[in-house]
Design a protein around this ligand. Structure first.
Ligand code: C5P
Length: 400
């Protein structure tokens, strides 16, 4: 892979003992043909002398915001020339400053002035990493599109075992390659993504629904848009804010979702049905409110909703169709059945019994099964990361 060949990588190095690992990162980046511009914070210079990085990068290391007699390298020129900004190791301090929009040194100023993607590899003591303020700062940065890799659990500089060790240089460089490669790879394509639950009304005040939060579908919409696709997001009721750059439609019931999806289908290159569409709806729909005076109770009769995805499968032609499959047992068997019956290109299977998978949570554990029967397990990761994996897989399917 030579995705980073001739790319300008701005490597920010901050004050952590893991700073020595940045030497290996520079070596790996240069081996792949990238140009590395090292930028160090003052604190980082206490751990490793700039000369080390200067020698490895064959380039002057920038440390000061205001360098005398040096007009060429300023924070603005660095910010403009960077194809990607990688901060590794990133201390709690730099993460806090970036999340607060502070720009008081060359690295923070450059990060604030760039349009290039920013990747952060944190490294710190486990107590610092678990601190709620730090976690809030990470969340804020993620919300504006900053990517994080690691940290990992392992032996820390203090001798303790805990969460906070910087990811391995090889992993960081691989992640960076994937980030650069995936930028704009869906340019010119339009995808429809459905998300969230549906509400099937019983009367004016009650409805049947599921625990779906919409998180997986919204992450897919956001990631697709970030990779250049035009995204139409059709969502059932969700508390989430729709990503800014998508065409958004809010629906309530499965019938409404069905109608909207069918209306938009002709104009898209593919559909990802991440919505937890209710399979049934009540036959009765009381105009007012069901009274509690029905002493004997009452039987609730349900009828089947249209299977939106199955209908799309019948008219799909060369469009890409991705379905979700949430099960509590026989996951792979059920998923393969769905793939066939609904005529899908890809099914994303969720085992609802696993910790950190399925409805409501921020993470997911999924198995991707394509129409050729290829099975790929993605271990537990954030829904954003799962979304990346799903789009990567769609890309491969489209290339075929
Ligand atoms: O058959 P099952 O409901 O398990 O299939 C799940 C997949 O089908 C999901 O992708 C879901 O969005 C979609 N679906 C649908 N219409 C329904 C029920 C599910 O499109 N009525």
């Amino acid at each position: 892979m030579d995705t980073i060949k001739d790319k300008n990588v701005l490597l920010g190095i901050t004050g952590s003992i893991a700073a020595y690992k940045a030497a290996e990162i520079i070596r790996l980046l240069r081996e792949r043909g990238a140009r590395v511009y090292p930028v160090m914070t003052q604190a980082a210079t206490h751990f490793v002398h700039p000369l080390t990085f200067q020698t490895l990068a064959s380039r002057k290391v920038t440390v000061k915001l205001f360098e005398e007699n040096d007009e060429k390298i300023s924070h603005i020129s660095l910010a403009q020339l960077a194809d990607v900004v990688l901060i590794a190791p990133a201390s709690a301090n730099i993460i806090g400053k970036l999340s607060g929009g502070i720009a008081d040194d060359i690295l923070t100023t450059t990060a604030l002035a760039t349009r290039a993607p920013i990747l952060i590899a944190p490294a710190m003591n486990n107590v610092m990493y678990e601190n709620l303020l730090l976690q809030e700062n990470i969340k804020r940065l993620k919300a504006i599109g900053v990517s994080f890799i690691g940290p990992e659990k392992g032996k820390l500089a203090s001798g303790e075992i805990g969460m906070g060790r910087m990811s391995a240089p090889s992993q960081i460089v691989e992640y960076l390659e994937r980030t650069i490669q995936s930028k704009d790879d869906f340019q010119g394509k339009t995808f429809l993504v459905t998300a969230g639950p549906t509400r099937e009304p019983l009367d004016k005040v009650r409805f049947i629904t599921s625990f779906s939060s919409g998180k997986m579908g919204y992450a897919l919409a956001e990631e697709g848009a970030a990779r250049g696709a035009s995204i139409i997001l059709i969502s059932g009721p969700s508390l989430l804010e729709p990503p800014r750059e998508v065409e958004f439609y809010s629906v309530e019931s499965a019938l409404e979702m069905h109608e909207k999806v069918m209306e938009k289908f002709a104009q898209v290159d593919g559909v990802i049905m991440a919505a937890a569409v209710s399979d049934y709806r009540p036959t009765m729909k009381e105009a007012g409110k069901i009274k509690k005076s029905l002493k004997e109770g009452f039987a609730l009769k349900l009828v089947q909703n249209p299977d939106i995805l199955k209908e799309l499968g019948r008219k799909k032609r060369n469009k890409i169709l991705v379905g979700f499959c949430a099960e509590v047992k026989n996951l792979e068997r059920e998923a393969k059945k769905k793939l066939e019956v609904k005529n899908l290109d890809l099914v994303v299977a969720n085992d609802l019994t696993l910790e950190g998978a399925g409805f409501g949570v921020d993470t997911n554990v999924v198995t991707l099964i394509d129409k050729e029967g290829k099975v790929e397990h993605l271990s537990k990761r954030s829904k954003k990361e799962v979304a990346k994996g799903i789009w990567d897989k769609i890309k491969k399917l489209m290339e075929r």
